[in-house]
Write a protein that binds this ligand. Sequence first.
Ligand code: NDP
Length: 480
Amino acid sequence: KKASIGVTGLAVMGRNLARNLARHGHTVALHNRSEQRTRDLVEQFGDEGEFIPAYSAREFVDALERPRQVVIMVKAGRPTDAVIEEFAPLLEPGDVIVDAGNAHFADTRRREAALREQGLHFVGTGVSGGEEGALHGPSIMPGGSKESYESLGPLFEDISAKVDGEPCCTHVGADGAGHFVKMVHNGIEYADMQLIAESFDLLRGAAGYEPAQIAEVFRNWNTGRLDSYLIEITSQVLAHTDAGTGKPFVDIVTDQAEQKGTGRWTVQIGLDLGVPISGIAEAVFSRSLSGSADLREAARGLGGPARTPLSPLSGSEASAFADDVEQALYASKVVAYAQGFNQIQAGATEYGWDIDLGKVASIWRGGCIIRAKFLNDITAAYADEPGLPTLLTSGGFRKAVEDAQDSWRSVIATAVRLGIPTPGFSTALAYYDGLRAERLPAALVQGQRDYFGAHTYRRVDKGGSFHTAWATDDRAESTA
Ligand code: NDP
């Protein structure tokens, strides 16, 4: 018997993906650069399903049914290229190579183009949900050709997370579309986490709540429109007490957030595409600021309000403030997601991908870190209006954000007054106000640009480009 799919790269992610496939009744060929991982998998989990261990590339390829489907789950970057170089010559036209690692979508585009020349399908696939997701059902975001999805899709849909009976897997779009969408997913994850962290900081710094009380506030929020995995785990982290010291867990952890780099990619690409994803950018920069230990040490004595409430809030005031923070968090979250979906749309336009944004929201409902009830509303918004320019103008979100805005503004004002940094909340509101503004001071910027660089400007009352002779007394205007 041959295997319907093979996995090469059997570290934690590859091993769990292979086990997930086998547990769903698929025969899985196994391969890893060093043989031990293959042997270990068969030894420890061989009874979970049908595995065909292979100890050479040739043996692995020969174990596969045609068209062969090879999933690569190795360290992203050079190792992925090395594995492709090893396997591609052994494959035949029509075979499929899947890269399920965290590749940059530009690498995926390059690899796809090169392998297409050889008649091979190359599918860059976003896989979200970490090792638990890989084993129990991840959100899967495959790119590549439509044809490759015909054979691969049923397998991936089978092992993906399910929500309301629907698989959290869809063919995202051609070549690098899957990895692009996975990248933006991670960027949105950064923004969401930052907004939740700011909410915590405000509830503690402005309302005077203790972490255990804030855990309760989050638990409560998790029963409403903010119902999500991130709110749930936040509540658990905040409720946790350090066994050794008896202190709240959040107080014994170094306040320097780390990052593996996909948030940074999202921001870099946002800049390249000219999409203002300020929520994601502020989240990435906030982690960088937190990690700038020497700089923070040097700046520690800088003047500003004390980080304690100006006048302690009464119980009912604190609870009203918590309600305001919930509104601010919700509105800021809508902005961050609106920006992220606009980035996916911009990527689709730039690279010629046909991406169904509502479907993307729906496959993030399970298996991944940003899984949330809220995503149903995004799917509905795009179903109502496929060409929606921004989530902010869709009926439901528009009303919710308009209703939230008094609280949103007041929370930010309080934060500013108390010196509590809320870059995520603030940039989200600035974006909202920027989008809805009748006139922006960009007109003045255009004037400045024309003054020092003769960059020209357009007029509101007639067509064409104009330049003003700023250096002359008459400042005559000419068409440019
Ligand atoms: P690692 O990223 O730690 O990679 C280890 C695996 O890569 C091993 O199988 C190793 O083989 C193999 N490898 C490394 N270099 C080479 C090479 N030059 N040639 C052949 N094989 C090589 O494994 P993970 O399981 O943590 O992650 C796999 C992929 O999944 C990565 O791209 C990672 O970014 C992504 N990932 C995704 C997560 C998610 O939530 N979606 C979470 C974690 C990872 P050997 O045993 O011989 O050393």
